[in-house]
Design a protein around this ligand. Structure first.
Ligand code: XMP
Length: 322
């Protein structure tokens, strides 16, 4: 396996990078079709633009609606890319993912179930039906580092784990961003003509809201964490932080609802300062902002009686809770 040479932000020449990587994509895929999944995050958005520069309409871009996304996300992203001249097709895979996750509480097994549902069930079929030979994806260096170090099995890392995607899924994977970390991807995304709402967007993990539910993922729990996430993102819109999230805990605690004791749900808020996600410290947030957020979540998300703010650093914590 070749060792990946990191391109640090201070030595990234975006014009050269775009030229080199789009040339590499075009040469690798030849005259055939390639597909990619756009999630709306900065990595997959940058890869989508790079692929379109490289091979134009021979890149088929899909938004996989796995039911684990934030509120209104599929429609928002498709419309944003339409404005950039990129057609994105939505694939409704909500039931497939929910079924794949049913009964699974272990974090690594959850990630594996998502990986299999995504790469085998959903993409395997798309590739077969479209006769594409390649999947273009936005894996970055941090995804690989942490998977190889055994910190977390990122859902999108294969080659470094010795997995032959051609054998396992029936197609090859191209990863033009593997030499970059998040800070460099943002600068690249801007150079690729993406709007600030994308290039400055806080990272969001591939396993999406499933990474923010402790224990089994169910439709009901997804609704709770999706609502809490929506409120959090509204309240924190002006906060300069690397990433923030709402996590739904599995344990319940006693609270009060409508004058009665209720064994309710708990939301944990995390908000991180970090450069590249390798290390992170909780953001020093104004108490008033946290209090307002807690009031909104407990009053607007049914069943939630407790809201906490995480104070532990990464390491030993990780950014996501699953
Ligand atoms: P952790 O939780 O490992 O997260 O400290 C580091 C960064 O990676 C994101 N993350 C993921 N991204 N697939 C992804 O594409 C994943 O499986 C995954 N897990 C974590 C996380 O949001 C953070 O920015």
């Amino acid at each position: 396996m070749e060792t990946l040479k990191e391109i640090r932000l201070d030595s990234l020449n975006t014009d050269e990078f775009i030229k080199e990587q789009s040339g590499h994509i075009a040469a690798s895929v030849g005259s055939g079709l390639t597909i990619n999944a756009l999630s709306g995050g900065v990595d997959s958005a940058a890869v989508t633009m790079l692929g379109h520069i490289a091979i134009g309409a021979r890149l088929k871009t899909y938004f996989i609606d796995n039911g684990l996304m934030r509120q209104d996300e599929p429609a928002k992203i498709v419309s944003l890319f339409k404005g950039l001249g990129v057609h994105v097709e939505i694939v409704d895979a909500r039931d497939k993912f929910l079924n794949a996750l049913s009964g699974i509480a272990d974090p690594e097994l959850k990630r594996e179930a998502i990986t299999q549902a995504f790469y085998k069930d959903v993409f395997g079929i798309l590739v077969r039906d479209s006769s594409a030979k390649f999947l273009l994806q936005g894996t970055i260096l941090t995804d690989i580092d942490e998977t190889v170090a055994g910190i977390k099995r990122q859902h999108n890392v294969f080659q470094q784990l010795g997995i032959d995607t051609q054998k396992s899924f029936g197609y090859k994977i191209l990863e033009p961003l593997v030499q970059l970390r998040k800070d460099s991807v943002r600068v690249l995304a801007k150079a690729l003509g993406l709007p600030e709402s994308i290039y400055s967007r806080p990272p969001f993990p591939g396993p999406a809201l499933a990474a923010r539910i402790i224990g089994e993922v169910t439709h009901e729990k997804l609704e709770v964490v999706r609502k809490a996430t929506f409120i959090l993102e509204q309240e924190f819109a002006e906060i300069k932080a690397f990433q923030y999230m709402a996590i739904l805990h599995n344990d319940r605690v006693t609270g009060m609802r409508d004058g009665k004791r209720a064994f309710g749900q708990q939301i944990e808020i995390r908000c991180w300062d970090s450069i590249d996600a390798r290390e992170a410290i909780p953001t020093d947030l104004p108490y008033g902002l946290l209090r307002k957020l807690a009031d909104k979540i407990t009053s607007e998300v049914p069943g939630v009686v407790s809201v906490t703010y995480n104070l532990a650093t990464k390491p030993p914590s990780t950014i996501e809770a699953v």
